[in-house]
Design a protein around this ligand. Structure first.
Ligand code: ZN
Length: 229
């Protein structure tokens, strides 16, 4: 017992009905977080970022660099695009550890890709070992793209924001399977409608989806098959 028995509040009694001399380690941490106001603030500010699964230390370092690059793209606006603040906040919450984000490193033998997100809106991103052994710029672009998916964005949102934010920095243009997904999206006012972006299939222009599915800010990309950015 210490300091007037403050730990006793959260501690079970021993078999003999005695209060233990020191609390178990978990209880000590609880005490530390709960009773020290300043410590609690520090604990929140230093909450760990994403967790890693099957990633080597050097792969984790590559991902941390990509996380820093993503945070820079999200501040003060999402790559200078107004109207995407909910998505922006969600992405930052994932990167800062306030929303579940697990980065899984894989050989991707079954699914050749740079990376993927199996369940949109869920907190796991798979990054492939071949990607993590390549240029950092590409790791940055892929992590950002997949992060859009974990925050609920569909393929138009992921491709559009990757190409806008990483134009000239290792973004890759959508391919034929991406265009099939774009074209399968519902059409409104002549635009194929994503969760955050809309696409004009005639001109190739991509815009932020404004209220009423009107075009908001224009992205610096044009999505037309066989066209450059
Ligand atoms: Zn995608």
């Amino acid at each position: 017992m210490r300091e007037g028995g403050i730990w006793c509040l959260a501690l079970p009694k021993t078999k003999r009905g005695q209060t233990p001399r020191d609390p178990p380690k978990r209880q000590q941490n609880l005490h530390h977080a709960y009773y020290g106001g300043g410590d609690l603030k520090e604990l929140i500010l230093t909450m760990p970022g994403p967790r890693f699964l099957h990633c080597l230390p050097e792969q984790q370092e590559r991902v941390r660099l990509a996380i820093d690059a993503a945070k820079a793209k999200l501040t003060p606006e999402l790559c200078g695009l107004p109207g995407l603040d909910d998505l922006r906040r969600s992405m930052l919450a994932s990167l800062n550890g306030f929303r579940t984000l697990i980065i899984r490193c894989s050989d991707c033998e079954d699914l050749p890709a740079d990376g993927y997100t199996l369940e949109r809106g869920k907190g796991m991103i798979t990054l492939c070992q071949s990607l993590l052994a390549g240029p950092q710029e590409r790791v940055n672009a892929v992590l950002f793209h997949e992060l859009v998916h974990t925050c609920g964005g569909n393929e138009l949102d992921g491709e559009g924001l990757e190409c806008h934010c990483f134009n000239g920095e290792a973004a890759t243009l959508p391919g034929g399977s991406d265009y099939r997904l774009f074209r399968s999206l519902p059409v409104r006012n002549g635009y194929h409608v994503g969760n955050h972006l809309i696409w004009n299939p005639v001109t190739g222009h991509v815009f932020v989806r404004a209220p009423g599915t009107e075009p908001g800010a224009a992205l610096n990309v044009r999505f037309l098959l066989r066209r450059r950015l």
